[in-house]
Design a protein around this ligand. Structure first.
Ligand code: NDP
Length: 241
């Protein structure tokens, strides 16, 4: 094995799954994390350790990273991708939903950083890729809590980039617009879901694919270590906001 270990959170569907397939195809050993381990194992990728880890469980995450590093060597990349989008209006939304988004999208992301950052500093090498969103740069209707989590991801990412820059560790923010994945399906408000689907149709039904975003992730990762692409914002050409 000549290529180093990459950890992908939320690899059981959508962008994380596409990134797993793409990075495996170019020879990286992988640690694949998500709650649905059956989906991770069904990918059947070579040199891929699959662990059913809830990203909010820091202990379980650390144990999985340690196991993968023992097997494949130190992690050179972390794709901090696991996330949930439960759209809703603040006057109606169950607080459990915004708590879940904060726990997964923000605290889970910090857990991922925590698991790899010391080793990367020690080795003076590594890349942390945080998957944020266009909703981490601008607001959208019914997105209050989700936008809050993604603005947090942008802020955390940029501040972390500055902190790790003297140690030659790169931090990259990927900010996609609408992507065709399972993400919307977890929103429980049917009217909001229908409106979101109509918005996607207004774009000619051609929003980004998970592969489009995975290609951007791969492109940023594969730059020479002294080149840090700080942020990639990508959306369907027909997406206006
Ligand atoms: P998916 O719903 O297809 O994938 C989300 C992934 O996150 C799944 O693998 C899911 O796995 C995992 N996940 C969710 N909660 C947890 C948890 N508690 N612990 C571990 N893993 C978890 O959506 P996307 O691929 O679209 O989403 C990936 C990222 O991209 C998210 O951060 C999202 O916010 C962001 N994004 C998506 C956009 C879109 O339009 N789709 C646009 C902009 C950004 P499991 O359920 O098995 O645990």
């Amino acid at each position: 094995m000549t290529k180093p270990l990459i950890i992908i959170t939320g690899a059981s569907s959508g962008i994380g799954e596409a990134a797993a397939r793409m990075l495996s195809a170019v020879g990286h050993p992988l640690l694949l994390l998500a709650r649905r381990i059956d989906r991770l194992e069904a990918l059947a990728l070579p040199n891929a350790l699959c662990r059913g880890v809830d990203i909010t469980d820091r202990g379980a995450l650390l144990a999985a990273v340690s196991e993968a590093e023992t097997q494949f060597g130190p992690a050179d990349g972390l794709i901090n991708n696991a996330g949930v989008m439960l759209l809703g209006e603040m006057s109606k939304q169950d607080p459990a939903q915004w708590e879940q988004m904060l726990d997964v999208n923000v605290k889970g992301l910090l857990n991922g950083i925590h698991a790899v950052v010391s080793g990367m500093i020690e080795r003076k090498r590594g890349t942390i890729i945080n998957v944020s969103s266009v909703a981490g740069r601008k607001t959208f209707p019914s997105h209050v809590a989700y936008v809050g989590t993604k603005f947090a991801v942008h802020g955390i990412s940029e501040n972390l980039r500055e902190e790790l820059s003297p140690h030659d560790v790169r931090v990259i923010t990927i900010a996609p617009g609408a992507v065709e994945t399972e993400l919307l399906s977890h929103t429980t408000d049917d009217a909001i879901k229908t409106g979101y689907q109509a918005w996607k149709q207004d774009m000619g039904g051609t929003v980004l694919s998970a592969d489009d975003v995975a290609s951007a992730i791969r492109y940023a990762y594969e730059q020479p270590q002294n080149v840090c692409i700080r942020e990639i914002v990508l959306a369907a050409t027909r997406q206006q906001p």
